[in-house]
Design a protein around this ligand. Sequence first.
Ligand code: C2E
Ligand code: CA
Ligand code: CA
Ligand code: CA
Length: 277
Amino acid sequence: LLPIGIIISCVIVALVIRLLRKRLSPLAELTIAVQQREFVVFYQPIINLTTGACIGAEALVRWRRPDGTMVPPDLFIPLAEESGLILPITDQVVETCVRDLRELLVVDRSLHVAINLSAKDITTGRFLSVVQKALEGTGIHNEQIWLEATERGFIDIEAASTNLAKARALGFGIAIDDFGTGYSSLQYLERLPTDALKIDKCFIAAIGRTVATSSVISHIIDMAKTVGLKVVAEGVETEAQAEYLKAHGVEFAQGWLYAKAMPVEDFLAFVRVEAWR
Ligand code: C2E
Ligand code: CA
Ligand code: CA
Ligand code: CA
């Protein structure tokens, strides 16, 4: 009888804790998630459109709640950015990536991992020391880390360009994320030190739909090519889109046509299988 009593009270305590957590504000919950390090990173392969080879991966964060449910980034990154919690979350993403992919990146120097940075990360410049510290003694080359800078919420372009220039001087790759979606895309292209552009998936989805959007996307590609940047197309879902991109000289792509973002074990298996092909 006694063990059953103990079990029942444990269950009750667990339920009460869950109820209490549910009643917390989203910000309080996210704060606990940061303290408890409840974030995991999924990896989406980036493919060379000409050779079909995997050249690396984009790191995409998920919040794994104690009950096992996965919260997608769109549901908590905005709150994290607003509250400043994005800074410790970025730290955790960087540390997790390095831990997850260390062996792979050291074995295959041609591979890279692309990490998303928010405006706050970039304007404070905090990512610089965080990334360097995480890489210390790992054998990973700085060139194997790409940093994706989003246009969302950029306020201090001066600070941003200073910090990205520092990162670039250290050898890190810089990509402008969601390219084409912001009203000041051209301004960013001129002012931010950049190696690559990532064309947002809304443009890829529009390929072949209407003449107008198709001409927008071909202009975006031309713009990138003219300034000599690498171009990565995001959200490629169909062969027709891949063919269009190839025909327009885009070199790299990611999307469900190739693979969804996946847990690290699956990504390591993906790269291994790929190496035998
Ligand atoms: P993003 O950087 O533009 O990432 C691409 C998003 O498109 C990812 O969504 C990816 O899973 C999704 N995607 C990839 N291929 C396809 C496709 O073929 N079709 C469609 N419909 N979608 C595809 P996810 O993982 O939900 O991430 C959403 C956004 O959250 C990201 O957009 C990025 O802005 C932000 N995010 C993700 N991880 C991080 C992070 O570690 N730090 C920061 N600051 N932001 C992050
Ligand atoms: Ca390779
Ligand atoms: Ca991105
Ligand atoms: Ca995007």
